[in-house]
Ligand binder design. Structure first.
Ligand code: GAL
Length: 369
């Protein structure tokens, strides 16, 4: 609810500021050429298909918002890297060759993309880092406070174990080291876990692959012992699902608290069923909407509106003071499904409460109409 309200507030002020720019007719500070056009092309590069949000939300929401901001004339040129940094680099170069007006990139590998960002810049095509902070000369960044995401996950485990199993053994499944968010999630989580729990195993998960996470979880169960694992920190929902499968296959009669991130539909269902403890709901609808607004305002030279959308600033290893927007995050548990993903229109009760989950849905007050 809160996320959507913020989105609307920012979008309407951004749009009215854009209208002011139109009255002036100059296209802002003169950094953009010519009058504002609607027939723009926004390049969109997303990293993988294993994470549901990208194909299901980020791409369609960005396309819809670009169309609505450009009277149906602007298009999105889309490519998914399928977790390959080399493929993403080729896709990026193709978009530069095709003369996209701006490129939004959610990187597979933040460092390896830097030369492509530079080429784009040299060709006069601005680049906005989407969700993950690309290295190289980017024009802006839209994401969440990723350390806070980790803190929210870590706190959930620390609090539940404080009551049930103080000092309990925790297995940590971190994300892909090539993704700059991974280090931030981990740092945030560790800041809430260290000194309170016993972190017995830590794994990195190449390409955020659920299959890799499952193999790691099997190893952890073997070495720690199923009954001694008090909780599992899983950095995202894809991995949380894999961890829970491994625990079930090992014969767990009770699943220990497992965290997640992304509020995938199957994760929300696992939360309803009491299998997954929590997830972090990052409004990808807000994030995608802001990204589209930033891209269109940038191309159209609405600099005041663009600045209004990027009031925060961040540093990357190659660049200081990057204009940025941080979208809020929420801890999602059984208790707030209704006023988060349902209120924001991400999922309907029908989608969550399929016959398998009907009884558990009813128990937490999620009713089919
Ligand atoms: C992160 C992103 C998450 C999740 C993950 C897996 O960078 O912020 O939302 O999707 O990647 O690809």
């Amino acid at each position: 609810m809160r996320g959507t309200a913020t989105a609307l507030a920012v979008s309407s002020s951004a749009l009215s500021l854009a209208a002011c720019g139109a009255i002036g007719g100059s296209g802002g500070d003169g950094s953009s050429a010519g009058p504002k056009r609607d027939d723009i092309t926004v390049g969109l590069l997303l990293p993988d298909r294993d994470t549901a949000r990208f194909e299901k939300f980020d791409h369609p929401v960005i396309s819809k918002e670009v169309a609505s901001l450009t009277h149906g004339k602007g298009k999105v040129l889309y490519a998914n890297a399928e977790a390959s940094a080399a493929k993403q680099s080729r896709q990026f170069q193709q978009m530069v060759a095709d003369k996209a007006d701006i490129i939004l990139v959610d990187v597979v590998d933040a460092k390896r993309i830097a030369p492509d960002v530079q080429k784009s810049k040299d060709a006069g095509i601005p680049v906005i880092a989407y969700d993950r902070l690309a290295q190289g000369p980017i024009d802006a960044y839209v994401s969440h406070d990723n350390e806070l995401v980790g803190q929210v996950q870590g706190r959930a485990i620390a609090e539940t174990l404080a009551a049930k199993a103080p000092g309990g053994k925790v297995v940590m499944m971190n994300g892909d080291p090539a993704d700059p968010n991974t280090a931030q999630f981990k740092e945030g989580a560790l800041s809430r876990l260290q000194g309170k729990v016993d972190i017995v195993k830590q794994y990195d998960t190449d390409k955020w692959s659920p299959a890799v996470a499952k193999a790691h979880m099997k190893q952890a169960i073997q070495s720690v012992g199923l009954d001694h694992i008090a909780a599992v920190y899983a950095a995202n929902d894809g991995m949380a699902g894999a961890v829970i499968d491994a625990l079930k296959e090992a014969g767990a009669s009770r699943i220990p608290p497992v965290t997640g991130q992304d509020a995938n539909l199957d994760a929300v269902q696992r939360i309803v069923a009491g299998e997954q403890y929590m997830t972090v709901y990052k409004s990808f609808i807000d994030e995608a909407t802001y990204a589209a607004q930033m891209a269109v305002n940038k191309v159209q030279g609405h600099d005041i509106a663009f600045d209004a959308l990027t009031r925060d600033h961040v540093d990357s290893p190659t660049q200081k003071n990057i204009p940025a927007m941080h979208v809020p995050v929420v801890s999602l548990t059984k208790d707030n499904i209704k006023n988060t993903v349902i209120a924001d229109g991400v999922y309907t009760v029908q989608q969550i409460c399929t016959p398998t989950y009907a009884a558990q849905c009813a128990a937490i007050g999620l009713k089919l109409k």
